[in-house]
Ligand binder design. Structure first.
Ligand SMILES: [Zn+2]
Length: 387
């Protein structure tokens, strides 16, 4: 069985659910939809590290855009599947640094025109030339700013324009993504019907919510609650899963599918998808965010327990901010003061994964050491982000 992991960078869940072509297509094919699916962070690298290794970013210490130099040391899905005899390929039409470029038999990176103006002919040619079984990884960048050509995206938390032009540009980019997605997956299933398919986004995007734009601030729902669909040949059709799922589960499900021991901390969806078992969701969601210093001086941690979401923001200079929301009411009014017991419960949960992160009423050390600040600044500059 072939496996395709199709990711759309920066695709918000609400916009994904509104993609008309994909909605019709995925419904007709019986794709399962995970309605409580979450990324692990607000930016790309930690999310892709989780999708391709099955672990949380804490396992690798990947909290921000750290470039490609650690790629070779991660036990990635592409390498694991290659060892099982899979032919592996990847395509990313816009070139951005990333560890996941490492370890594929065939990689088509940075060929935007060739790869996206007429669907993805480059990817199709590569697949046809490889032989089966294959594992493909697609990272489509068109919903990422500059939104397929839109200009002038505000990038500071203090700017709050009405953003009509930006929202329109984002919507147009999503319409475009809709076409490319249906074209490639339609082609794949027609030519290679024995293919399992996973469609998701690494993280979402803020379009003015909380007076914030793009995706490198905090860990609000618009950023971490992402779309997720799965298709396995012969599966039970039309599943809508409301249990907690997160990116680590993708590797768990694929390991289960190819019948090898599960790598990482995720849970397999396979029994649920095939209709012969329940999905065991045995964890609470938790998230990390690491501001890119020159733009954002905060680090973030968040957890969801039931319908409650707890966010801790920790400034470079050492002070901290705490938020608690009932997700049933959105993330508008901070109810931390009204729910101290729940806040404590969430803080306890976060302490199990981030023992050094601040808690309310506890004196904390400065958030960044000089060495960490220099490391991040140096990496970002090398990648062309700073300035
Ligand atoms: Zn991304």
């Amino acid at each position: 069985m072939n496996i395709l992991l199709f990711t759309i960078d920066t695709l918000r869940r609400d916009k994904a659910l509104g993609m008309r072509k994909w909605k019709r297509f995925s419904h007709r094919k019986g794709f399962a939809r995970m309605d409580q699916h979450y990324g692990v962070a607000h930016c790309s690298d930690p999310n892709y590290a989780s999708m391709l290794t099955g672990f949380s970013p804490d396992r690798w210490g990947i909290y921000t855009q750290m470039g490609a130099d650690y790629g070779a040391r991660l036990p990635t899905l592409q390498v694991g599947l290659k060892n099982l005899g899979y032919k592996t390929w990847a395509t990313m039409p816009v070139l951005v640094p990333g560890f996941y470029r490492w370890g594929f038999d065939e990689a088509i990176f940075g060929m935007r025109n060739e790869a996206t103006t007429r669907g993805m002919p480059g990817a199709k040619r590569v697949v046809d030339g490889l032989g089966e079984p294959w594992f493909g990884f697609v990272r489509l960048m068109d919903a990422h700013y500059p939104y397929h050509g839109a200009e002038d995206i505000p990038r500071t938390s203090s700017v709050s324009p009405d953003g009509v032009g930006i929202k329109r540009a984002y919507n147009r980019a999503v319409d475009y993504v809709d076409k490319v997605l249906v074209d490639l997956i339609g082609w794949a299933l027609a030519k290679y019907p024995d293919t399992a398919i996973f469609v998701t986004a690494d993280h979402g995007e803020l379009l003015g919510e909380h007076d914030l734009w793009d995706h490198l601030w905090s860990l609000y729902q618009e950023l971490v609650h992402v779309p997720m669909w799965a298709y396995i040949p012969g599966m039970k059709k039309g599943i809508e899963c409301n249990k907690a799922t997160q990116h680590q589960d993708i590797v768990a499900t694929i390991c289960d599918l190819v019948d090898i021991p599960i790598q990482g901390t995720g849970n397999s969806w396979l029994p649920m998808l095939m209709g012969d078992g329940e999905y065991q969701s045995d964890y609470a969601h938790h998230f990390v965010g690491w501001g890119m210093l020159h733009r954002d001086m905060w680090r973030y941690r968040a957890a969801i327990v039931g319908t409650m979401k707890y966010i801790v923001s920790w400034h470079k200079d050492g002070h901290a901010r705490f938020e608690l929301y009932d997700l049933g009411d959105g993330e508008h009014s901070n109810i931390l003061g009204q729910q101290p017991h729940m806040a404590n419960q969430c803080a306890d949960l976060l302490a199990t994964v981030a023992p050094h992160f601040p808690r309310q009423n506890v004196t904390v050390m400065p958030a960044y050491t000089e060495a960490e600040a220099e490391l991040v600044a140096g990496r970002l500059e090398a990648l062309g982000y700073a300035g």
